[in-house]
Design a protein around this ligand. Structure first.
Ligand code: BGC
Length: 443
């Protein structure tokens, strides 16, 4: 079999996040996701992460599944509330990852804010940024002797939009455009965390932002303007401040763009993490047209843009359009937009298919996931050929896990997890990824 080839030194990895896998909720105080999932109607089938996939107790087995594929890096996240009461868990986890010959690449914050900070205003409160910087300092002094690479924040855009502007994710505030300060305070938290991590001796610091091409549904200037605003609010609002030291448009700049903060926010990074799933198409709202069901979240009426379905013959079982060329496109767009773009790491890419458990022969034949991953790796290679420096690629996700508001139906893992027994089974895609990594020319 022929596998896509990458330059020597290219890093293959897998990614997860704390709330989605750890469980063991009793051993710590509540995060906003504990509170949110306890509210009826927030998650499909009323599921939650109290047990999740019980990674807290099964981490040794999970690290073995990750390492046995031959990956170089494992991206996971810390649970902030667990760090407060049970930080030794992360000593055990990091030691296990290192003993398995894998590089730990932790994310400080993947959406699970301590509930007491939310009660004090959450990301709408500027003070939360300083609390995150303190937490970064605690972690780097505890683990900095063993962890070299750090990611500050995960997808500040999705957290702001789904959690603060809309009501689909924790904390479910539904503030609309009034949520802009939640974006700014997360960006400030990122900048302050970069300072704290560097002061603590961190070797390499980056961020993980979601990016995707946004195209207008037509050449009509109204559609073009609507798509431009949507791209600002979902993409550029979270990368321009980091990589250009400014906000992408005057409305946002006037609302939240304090120049002193922007200087902190735009401190140089060692790498820039890109999470990619699917592109978006936008039009100016047409009076009387029904837009419900286009995204898995409902966009309230009255906004100046409306997502419309992306034309694509193929979709994942989550309903997301499969458009690998969108990954090449967003990478070249980032390179063109930011002359000082640091080396890129694809910190997440993957697909949910509703894989059944192992058949009588023990196998899980997830050929659609293999095709998805292969096409997206080809898209990364195409971006490299076009001159974008991409240093690595992490599959979302190592294991099936709690997919936020969609609960456990959506399966992104290379390793299958049985909902009843929590038994782990490597899918065919796991074996394919192992063989792809082994087939790379290393010199
Ligand atoms: C997030 C993950 C999530 C994945 C699939 C990203 O938005 O960082 O936590 O599971 O996409 O939805």
């Amino acid at each position: 079999m022929l596998y896509p080839q990458f330059p020597p030194g290219f890093r293959f990895g897998m990614a997860t996040s704390a709330y989605q896998i750890e469980g063991a909720a009793d051993g710590k105080s509540s995060s906003i996701w504990d509170t949110f999932t306890a509210r009826p109607g927030t998650v499909r089938h009323g599921e939650d992460g109290r047990v999740a996939i019980d990674h807290y107790h099964r981490y040794a087995e999970d690290v073995e599944h990750i390492a046995a594929a031959g990956v170089h890096d494992y991206r996971f996240s810390f649970s902030w509330t667990r760090v407060q009461s049970d930080p030794a868990f992360y000593d055990r986890l990091v030691d296990a990852i290192l003993e398995a010959g894998v590089r730990p690449v932790p994310t400080l914050y993947h959406w699970d804010l301590p509930q007491d900070l939310e009660d004090a205003g959450g990301w709408m409160n500027r003070d939360t940024a300083y609390r995150l910087a303190d937490y970064a300092g605690t972690l780097v002094s505890r683990l900095g002797d063993r962890v070299r690479d750090w990611i500050t924040m995960n997808e500040m855009s999705v957290h702001t939009l789904y959690g603060y502007a809309l009501t689909d994710h924790a904390p479910g505030r539904g503030l609309g455009l009034a949520a802009l300060p939640a974006a700014h305070h997360q960006l400030l938290a990122h900048g302050l965390a970069v300072q704290a991590l560097r002061a603590g001796g961190a070797g390499s610091v980056g961020v993980a932002n979601q990016h995707f091409p946004v195209s207008p549904a037509s050449d009509d200037p109204a559609d073009v303007a609507a798509a431009g605003l949507f791209a600002d609010l979902t993409n550029w609002m979270f990368s321009d401040p980091l990589l250009r030291g400014e906000y992408p448009n005057e409305m946002i700049q006037a609302e939240i763009g304090d120049p002193r903060d922007l200087e902190v926010i735009s401190a140089p990074l060692d790498f820039y993490g890109v999470n990619y799933y699917e592109p978006t198409m936008i039009e100016a709202p047409r009076a009387g047209k029904d837009y419900s069901g286009v995204l898995e979240v409902d966009i309230p009426e009255g906004l100046p843009f409306s997502p419309v379905p992306v034309k694509s013959d193929e979709r994942t079982d989550f309903g997301w359009a499969i458009v690998p060329s969108g990954l090449t496109e967003i990478l070249t767009t980032l390179r063109d937009r930011y002359p000082n773009l640091p080396p890129v790491l694809i910190t997440e890419n993957g697909a949910s298919f509703h894989d059944a458990g192992p058949g009588p022969d023990g196998r899980i034949r997830d050929h659609q996931r293999i095709a998805f991953l292969e096409a997206h790796l080809q898209a990364v290679a195409a971006a490299q050929e076009a001159g974008v420096r991409v240093d690595g690629y992490y599959v979302w996700s190592a294991l099936d896990n709690f997919e936020w508001a969609a609960g456990f139906d959506e399966r992104f893992g290379l390793v299958h997890v049985d909902r009843e027994t929590l038994a782990r089974t490597r899918k065919d895609s796991w074996y394919w990824y192992r063989d792809l990594i082994a087939a790379q020319r290393r010199s």
